[in-house]
Design a protein around this ligand. Sequence first.
Ligand code: GTP
Ligand code: MG
Length: 203
Amino acid sequence: MKRLTAELRCCSFQPSQFPEDRLPQVAFAGRSNVGKSSLINLLVGQNQLARSSNTPGKTKGIHYYLVHRKLYFVDLPGYGYSKTSRAMRYQWDHLIGSYLEALPQRSAVLEVLDCRLPPSTLDLAMRDWLQARKNRFAVVLNKADKLGKSALSKAISDIAKEMGGVPIVPCSSHTGMGRAELWRCLFDLLGIEGFSLWSKAEL
Ligand code: GTP
Ligand code: MG
């Protein structure tokens, strides 16, 4: 798998720390532990870039990874993690809300779900919010390696029905399944020709 140039540019705990340049951004949103950080690592072909962990609530603050000096991958804290203190949860949810409000043009959100679980109330609320604001977004069904072929097809069609007409990409950050499809989906969402950013050989 090709390794793309990517580096941690900054970690923001409040809106005043969001980067001011207007590069396109791809934000990874979803419940804690669904694999947002792992998907970033899969897409850039680097195991250790974003920190992932079995312990939910790993990503604290908003991490901006600059990819090929052309766009940011933005790793958001997971929402709805019940073991975080209420004050912390409020602070994170507020931070995520402020981030999404300030999203630059030509940016997109990937809403990451665990393919084994139905969308939660928070997942549906996030979808409603993104749709209402006309943000570009798609749903990633991660951990596809955990289901057999027919269970995965059923999960895709059930979740597609619940999420209602949103592009859905099944993926596994463990096996690499769906990586190319997810890149293609990102290029569509951002309205860019991927290969104008980097050569085909790099993907
Ligand atoms: P927070 O930062 O807490 O919000 O979590 P996150 O959404 O960033 O999840 P993270 O990438 O840290 O992954 C959580 C756990 O799920 C880790 O133990 C990963 O190894 C595991 N995981 C992530 N993606 C996959 C996948 O595609 N398949 C399987 N089987 N496990 C995965
Ligand atoms: Mg994380």
